[in-house]
Design a protein around this ligand. Structure first.
Ligand code: ATP
Ligand code: MG
Length: 257
């Protein structure tokens, strides 16, 4: 398999200063180092403004770090590459005038993929998120959770080995949020993708992940790396287990200030 599709992520000595060119810059990220093995589910948590979204934008090639190196699948990330890295943001940000299927097809149409192939791939991605029967619906005909699933399907449509998600369920109510988490774990199980998941919710991070990276307040640094040794498959009950509570407390102590 070519290196660029193997699903590993490696970040070394990454720092970022916003507005560096104007002299008075804001140091947002400092000396970030971590690596993620293929197929792992890794969450990133930290106080608001610590640079989680900035980090994800850089990992996805949407922004350039001031310094440091990012390798995804062994190759440097210099620009967005949706065949290698799929991205899902907090707001579903769908085109309101396009059906669910057309929204999912959109990145393929940018690449000039023929209509027949586009439709096949979009329907497959929608099936993966359980929305095949809603393919022709417009976004306003879908619930918030369904819209977010369309957005996940769009991130998956080019079958990237790595999926990066920035608070994808933050706009949803708690119940929908946890069922979306279960849905995501099922997709992860079926597709063996590497997932990097930014969230504010410590419980969500622990419930979903193999590993949680904890960031400090700005300038964001990685201050802890927690191996989540809770058995899978995880169910709602795991959240009241002593180990879960202990890990949650450990993270909370580090980010509460
Ligand atoms: N385009 C930008 N220009 C200048 N400063 C920025 C820009 N984007 C983010 N910042 C600053 O960088 C820091 C990190 O922001 P970022 O959005 O990455 O944090 P975050 O951890 O995702 O926050 P939240 O949890 O609230 O989403 C903040 O201080 C923010 O003000
Ligand atoms: Mg953010």
């Amino acid at each position: 398999m070519p290196a660029a599709t193997d699903g590993t992520v490696a970040v070394s000595s990454l720092s970022h200063t916003y507005g560096a060119e104007s002299g008075e810059g804001t140091l947002a990220l400092q000396d970030i180092d971590f690596s993620v093995a293929k197929g792992r589910f890794v969450s990133i948590v930290g106080p608001s403004g610590c640079g989680k979204s900035s980090l994800l934008m850089m990992l996805a090639g949407l922004r350039h770090p001031t310094s440091g190196e990012i390798l995804c699948g062994g190759a440097p990330v210099k620009k967005p590459d949706p065949e290698r890295i799929g991205v899902v943001f907090q707001e579903a940000s769908l085109f309101p005038w396009l059906s669910a299927r057309k929204n999912v097809e959109f990145p393929l149409s940018l690449r000039g993929v023929p209509q027949k192939v586009r439709t096949e791939k979009a329907l497959h991605a929608l099936e993966l998120v359980g929305l095949k029967d809603f393919a022709e619906r417009l976004p306003h005909e879908l619930s918030g959770g369904m819209k977010q699933r369309v957005s996940i399907a769009r991130g998956l449509v080019q079958d990237p080995q790595i999926l990066m998600m920035d608070e994808p369920f933050a706009a949803l109510d708690e119940q929908t949020r946890f069922s979306m988490g279960d849905e995501l774990l099922r997709i992860w199980d079926e597709t063996h993708k590497t997932i990097l998941f930014v969230t504010h919710s410590l419980s969500e991070a622990l419930y979903l992940s193999d590993e949680v990276l904890v960031m400090s307040a700005r300038p964001g640094r990685i201050i802890d790396r927690i191996e989540v040794d809770l058995p899978r498959p995880r169910t709602f009950e795991v959240m009241s287990s002593p180990r879960f509570v202990e890990l949650r407390e450990r993270i909370w102590q580090q980010i509460r200030h």
